[in-house]
Design a binder for this molecule. Structure first.
Ligand SMILES: Nc1ncnc2c1ncn2[C@@H]1O[C@H](COP(=O)(O)OP(=O)(O)OP(=O)(O)O)[C@@H](O)[C@H]1O
Length: 355
């Protein structure tokens, strides 16, 4: 898949000047409220007409001077924050409504696979009013998938759900990604969702793209981490479940080396992601002794980035880049400079299931 987006649109309160490419997989769009995320995906879907620009999907021009393909001819599935199901139709009919717009409607096996993947089999005869918010969102995702889209847009699909429902539905989205579903443009305020799902990250602020690139690289990059803000920066590593030990620990093989976590109820060989937030990584000049931390890794400083609050230190650890957030006082005491050897002490490592 290739999506190229470049457009301008002036509103009374904001001028949008958006330019990004989405190469395939899941591309997350992240940024503060009102920065133009929804407007950007609406321009791709054909729900917002730019003042000027060009939008191209898989070589087909969706928008350009003299071209403005209507939404129903763009072959884009859209999942909104609220499910927007037809209240008078049962789940099966809502799902099949999606297929009406497919130029090559899904065969019964594909329909059955989508129903199975989203756990909709038990719900087919129910009306939307009798479904939970999470169930309604699963139906909305199924309906969008059955329209055989070239691209799926999800705009804050979990935002209206409570934490329990969010946790329930996220595995369906990771499964969709793992099953090689259509490429997805995923708008979200929640970096935890993005860390579980996305391959690429687009950061926006005040109507513009401020960073675009692979997600893992952005999270471990001091400049992008500051744009993301808060305490969301830190490495995201692919990992494989490698060993369960007799003393209830699990070893994971990662590009940063082997890491030990409390026993994870996952099969050997399973692929997961690990999120190591910058403020969970301490640094030491020498190999620390007598520490309870399970994971202490030899590292080399790549760059030191001072900001208004913390100092962000990017580290090379094995084949991976990690980020550590420390105080200016600690950075000075450790005399950190590019190339300096040190030890990274990982206080917490979060395991994210991705399949
Ligand atoms: N139809 C419109 N008419 C006028 N202004 C609009 C319109 N649509 C969007 N805007 C302006 O564009 C800004 C960006 O809106 P948009 O919904 O794209 O932001 P967002 O990043 O998705 O925000 P949120 O995270 O709160 O959903 C809005 O604050 C508003 O000022």
């Amino acid at each position: 898949m290739s999506l190229q987006v470049a457009f301008r649109r002036r509103f009374a309160g904001l001028s949008l000047d958006v330019d990004f490419d989405a190469p395939g997989g899941v591309t997350a769009i992240y940024g503060p409220s009102g920065c133009g995320k929804t407007s950007s995906v609406n321009a791709v879907a054909g729900l917002l007409t730019p003042d000027a620009g060009r939008i191209e999907l898989n070589g087909q021009t969706l928008f350009d001077a003299g071209v403005n393909l209507p939404p129903n001819r763009r072959r884009i599935g859209y999942v909104f924050q609220d499910a927007r199901l037809f209240p008078h139709m049962n789940v099966a009919k809502n799902l099949d409504y999606g297929a009406r717009f497919a130029p090559d409607p899904p065969d019964p096996a594909t329909r059955a696979r989508v129903i199975d993947m989203l756990g909709l089999g038990e719900l087919l005869t129910r009306r939307p009013a009798g479904l939970s918010g999470g169930e309604r969102q699963r139906v909305a995702i199924g309906r969008a998938l059955l329209s055989s889209p070239q691209l799926l847009i999800m705009d804050e699909p979990l935002a209206s759900l409570d934490p329990a429902r969010k946790a329930e539905i996220l595995p369906y989205l990771t499964r969709l990604r793992a099953a090689g579903g259509p490429p997805i443009l995923y708008v979200s305020h929640a970096m935890s969702e993005i860390a579980a799902l996305a391959d690429h990250l687009i950061l926006m602020a005040e109507g513009r793209v401020t960073h675009a690139g692979p997600l893992a690289g952005a999270l471990a990059d001091p400049v992008a981490a500051r744009l993301i803000g808060g305490s969301e920066g830190g490495a995201l590593l692919p990992a494989t479940i490698a060993e369960h030990s007799a003393d209830d620990l699990t070893r994971l093989d990662t590009p940063a080396g082997a890491l030990w976590l409390p026993r994870a109820p996952l099969a050997l060989g399973e692929q997961v992601r690990l999120r190591i937030l910058a403020h969970e990584v301490m640094l030491s000049g020498d190999h620390p002794q007598g520490l309870s931390a399970l994971n202490v890794l030899p590292a080399q400083v790549v760059q030191v980035s001072s900001g208004a609050d913390k100092v962000l230190v990017q580290l090379q650890v094995g084949q991976a880049r990690l980020l550590s957030a420390i105080t200016a006082r600690s950075a000075q005491a450790l005399a950190l400079a590019p190339g300096a050897p040190c030890f990274a002490i990982l206080k917490t490592v979060a395991l994210i299931q991705t399949g």
